[in-house]
Write a protein that binds this ligand. Structure first.
Ligand code: AMP
Ligand code: ZN
Length: 136
């Protein structure tokens, strides 16, 4: 896609620090890392969000994610894998990407997930009724 920063990175039109590439995926260092070795793994095919991917697209991308994860876990003490979809969930670049964030003893980095103790059984029931129509 013409105006996509990640498509430009794949084509080499924008510089990046490539760490891995195969037929389906491209992996490079995040320009604003959360931690040392923060890597983004992206599909070569432009897709905006995970729900727009085919099973085959995702399986192909998973090979790259697996390879990079194994490499990170040889060096780091832990690993967070994160993937944001749509603006409300923190997605800034509209080309599917997986954040692979190495974790190190004492790095002090934590996901600031605030647990919502107000979620009720009724709300979850309503959610599952809608969700059930789309899953089989
Ligand atoms: P997200 O907020 O999940 O959409 O993450 C987008 C990520 O892309 C951010 O962590 C950015 O730092 C990263 N990013 C944006 N532009 C570039 C770039 N040119 N090279 C490397 N990483 C980038
Ligand atoms: Zn793209």
């Amino acid at each position: 896609m013409e105006d996509c920063v990640f498509c430009k990175i794949i084509k080499g039109e924008i510089p990046s620090t490539k760490v891995y590439e195969d037929e389906f995926c491209f992996a490079f260092l995040d320009i604003e890392p959360v931690n040392v070795g923060h890597i983004l793994v992206i599909p070569k095919k432009h897709v905006e969000t995970i729900d727009k991917m085919t099973k085959e697209d995702l399986c192909n991308l998973n090979e790259g994610i697996l390879k990079v994860s194994k490499g990170i876990l040889k060096i780091a003490d832990g690993l967070n894998v994160m993937q944001n979809n749509r603006w409300i969930a923190g997605q800034e670049v509209s080309h599917v990407h997986f954040h692979l964030i190495p974790r190190y003893e004492g790095d002090g980095y934590k996901f600031n997930w605030v647990r919502d103790e107000g979620v009720t059984e009724e709300e979850n029931k309503e959610f599952l009724e809608k969700f059930g129509k789309f899953i089989s």
